[in-house]
Write a protein that binds this ligand. Sequence first.
Ligand SMILES: Cc1ncc(C[n+]2csc(CCOP(=O)(O)OP(=O)(O)O)c2C)c(N)n1
Ligand code: SF4
Ligand SMILES: [Mg+2]
Length: 351
Amino acid sequence: MTYIAKPKFHHPSLPKNTLGYTHRDYEGKISTLCAGCGHDSITASVIEACFELAIEPHRVAKISGIGCSSKTPDYFLNASHGFNSVHGRMPSVLTGANLANRDLIYLGVSGDGDTASIGLGQFAHAMRRGVNMLYIVENNGVYGLTKGQFSATADRGSKSKRGVVNADSHIDLVAMALQLGATFVARSFSGDKEQLVPLIKAAIEHQGAALIDVLSPCVAFNNHAGSTKSFDYVREHNEAVNRLDFITERAPITVAYEPGSVEVVEQHDGSKLVLRKVAADYDAHDRLGAMNFLQQQAAKGQIVTGLLYVDRDPEDLHAHFNTVKTPLNTLTEKELSPGSAALEKINASLR
Ligand SMILES: Cc1ncc(C[n+]2csc(CCOP(=O)(O)OP(=O)(O)O)c2C)c(N)n1
Ligand code: SF4
Ligand SMILES: [Mg+2]
């Protein structure tokens, strides 16, 4: 694979986070994507979110499939663990890594082709099992890397660059994630950093399966009139239900809000999600309500964005399996081989 390493030069006056790192410490190689690709804006938001959260890059495992979107982990978090897996197989590779070491932050990066076509089964099972991760879909409605065929998220009736009309129904990954039991479900737009950065921060801190479906226009193959995933279309039809601010457990809430327009949701680690409601009656804790709202707005041609659902009390796969807290690679021989008395006890419990 060709790539261009970034020069290591850091300007001395670059702002630093609480760890003393600058944005440069969260960057990766120089992007080889088309100029203007929405995916590069998502990369910028991931870098910003990790910088603001003051994450140690070596605590992150970034795992992807195949596609222009799945190439992006190469463009952020140079010092993190990374695995560019097989087309559609990111969720199972991530699940295995997560089960072996629950101490890392898992960032799954995928495309709409990678997730909604070849990887649909993998996506579904990762969501329903509650794998603790942030799953980002960089959704452009096409297979960008293989030159713009419709993907399964392309809307029926939308037009390809060559004027072909898509006759198939689309898959809504947000609706699926809600149905499958994901505990943090959001949709955003690559061109809306103000909305996307806090969503990424909150999803990273969320202790369960978190999905952010990010509409991310493909400027090479899906940014024309007749497309429903173009910059113009998404801007015109974007309906935000709320705006999110994310506050770590260390920081006080200092921003002033209109009474009634704000809800503070405290997460297990003490961090707080401050939800500024745009649609006053939208309740982000009502799974059924969110599913209804999505369908109603979709029927009107609106694309709903924001934090659509969050479970205040999420559980993850480790809780379901009651697994050991220690990462497997640091278990000692004594713990791995506790002796014949312990084995006898297990055998007796199974008789
Ligand atoms: C098993 C397998 N089948 C097909 C391909 C060809 N292929 C590569 S990327 C891709 C689709 C990528 O689309 P998407 O996930 O939406 O990413 P984008 O490029 O749009 O960001 C396909 C079909 C492949 N690499 N491996
Ligand atoms: S082909 Fe599309 S998705 Fe791929 S880099 Fe270019 S603009 Fe982005
Ligand atoms: Mg795509």
